[in-house]
Write a protein that binds this ligand. Structure first.
Ligand code: GAL
Length: 325
């Protein structure tokens, strides 16, 4: 091959990598060549960098005895953080929230459940605030936990957990609106109905303002995002670690009411969200209308081997579409 041809091939390869840069189908490596361990993840964009937070899953997977469902677990590993300027090169920032060992009364004990951590920045208090699902191994605790830090990557200091307004909260997400109000969205009422609760101005506690949404619809794995003036909520059905069909709903306010639509996924594998489950939708900074749909491909029999699916997501009015191919 002459030099010009080689140059053209390299350029084409570079463009291909560039355009598919945010697509992830499988595991993801950090800059040190280690596998990114961040499940049920979310991303915060702050000061020109993307910060990825997720569940650390290590160790052997076991089935919790006496449950009516496939309650596969690994020890709660705390929350990891990675950062990137371009969503391609990820720097490992370390453990953002450490678990505690040997204190079963602690929310963060390795015998517990720490899932779906999400972080937002509070511009009045200048604090970074993390909310997460805190549970016991049989999922009977059903609380939301909160932690705080002065720095984006942490370390985060755990404060407490709560049932917002006395209501159960399991799978959850956090959403910060353009007016700086923040909301906790969670599966509640035995996973039958979701709730959206406005947080206090410092984002550290639930307020009494909350709504019940997707009533009786049995949804979980919420991912809430805004496009234009509308709010879009992607959820999964409740089938544990096994994949199912995603659906989405649209509202004029984070608190709803939400109008339900069907499955945003298109093409082969859409009925099972391409074997994945939603965790977050990331707006791409500086590119209005462009998003990344982030999902987990759970490996229930060996949970640390779970990996990721990140796909481009498009919005056109009330239509949300995700293409798997
Ligand atoms: C899923 C949920 C996960 C995890 C799992 C436990 O339904 O979305 O975050 O809680 O159940 O089985």
């Amino acid at each position: 091959m002459d030099k010009l041809k080689l140059l053209l091939v390299l350029l084409a390869l570079g463009l291909a990598v560039g355009t598919s840069a945010q697509i992830v189908k499988g595991s993801l490596a950090d800059e040190g060549g280690n596998i990114v361990n961040a499940h049920g993840a979310g991303i915060m964009h702050y000061n020109g960098r993307y910060y990825l937070f997720g569940e650390i899953k290590t160790g052997n997977t076991w089935l919790v005895a006496g449950q009516q469902w496939e309650d596969y677990r690994v020890p709660a590993g705390g929350v990891s953080c990675y950062s990137s300027k371009d969503l391609q090169h990820w720097k490992y920032e370390g453990v953002a929230l450490k678990p505690t060992v040997g204190d079963t009364s602690s929310d963060l004990d390795t015998s517990r459940v720490i899932e779906r951590p999400k972080v937002v920045f509070n511009s009045s208090t200048k604090k970074f605030v993390m909310w997460m699902h805190i549970d016991k191994k049989d999922y009977s605790y059903s609380q939301s936990g909160v932690a705080i830090s002065d720095k984006p990557a942490g370390p985060y200091h755990y404060l407490y957990s709560v049932k917002p307004n006395g209501n159960m909260s399991r799978d959850m997400t956090l959403f910060k609106d353009d007016d700086n109000k923040a909301y906790l969205v969670y599966s509640s009422e035995q996973n039958k109905t979701m709730q959206v609760c406005l947080l206090s101005n410092n984002y550290l506690s639930p307020t009494k303002t909350f709504s019940r949404i997707l009533i009786g619809r049995n949804r979980e794995a919420p991912a809430l995002f805004k496009s234009g003036h509308k709010y879009y909520l992607i959820t999964s059905s409740c089938t544990g670690w096994s994949p199912n069909a995603a659906t989405y709903a649209v509202a004029d306010s984070p608190l709803g009411p939400y109008r339900e639509f069907g499955n945003p996924c298109r093409g082969k594998g859409a009925e099972f969200t391409y074997q994945a489950q939603s965790t977050f939708v990331l707006p791409i900074s500086g590119k209005p209308g462009q998003f990344i749909f982030m999902a987990d491909r759970w490996n229930k029999l060996d949970l640390p081997k779970s990996d990721y699916l990140w796909l481009p997501l498009k919005v056109n009015g009330n239509t949300v579409s995700i293409a798997g191919d």
